[in-house]
Ligand binder design. Sequence first.
Ligand code: HEM
Length: 158
Amino acid sequence: MRGFASGDFVGTWLVSAYPWLKALHIISVISWMAGLLYLPRLFVYHCRAEPGSAMSETFKIMERRLANAIMTPAMIASFVFGLALLSVPGFLANATIWLHVKLALVLVLAGVHVWMLRWRRDFAEDRNTRSEKFFRVMNEVPTLLMIAIVILVVVRPL
Ligand code: HEM
């Protein structure tokens, strides 16, 4: 597109699409959090099911569908729309330390996501060695991260 400043075009588009990008970001984040809060809860009850039993096989299906059909696509969408919001002209210039701390906590949340996928694979291969209590504690980690992230981005205390 010779002679047409594509940067200006993209920037103008991002500014006009900003409310939609934020709405899609929040929708993606809610879906991602739903998966991060529900999967460890399934692990808690899966610990009580005998490996190879009908109940254990049912939990495997639920965990696989939650992870592959909701949690991982929602995480990808949260990043895509979040990075699009970061690219809105002038946004980064006006952001202060709250954004850096938010993004650091989001990376920790993504790390928790990856660990949950590993634990899901352990259950799927009847190799889980972690306790029900371990997953009850792990269930609280995404909750605490979510509370901190939302306070940072809405209240901006830093
Ligand atoms: C995945 C990486 C993420 C990036 C790059 C990102 C980036 C952003 C940016 C740039 C905004 C716009 C802020 C504004 O318009 O003033 C925003 C809004 C928001 N983000 Fe994220 N975010 C990410 C993940 C998350 C997560 C995991 C949560 C919640 C657990 C979250 C919750 C929110 C909320 C609630 C808003 C709306 C804030 C408002 O309207 O005042 N974000 N995000």
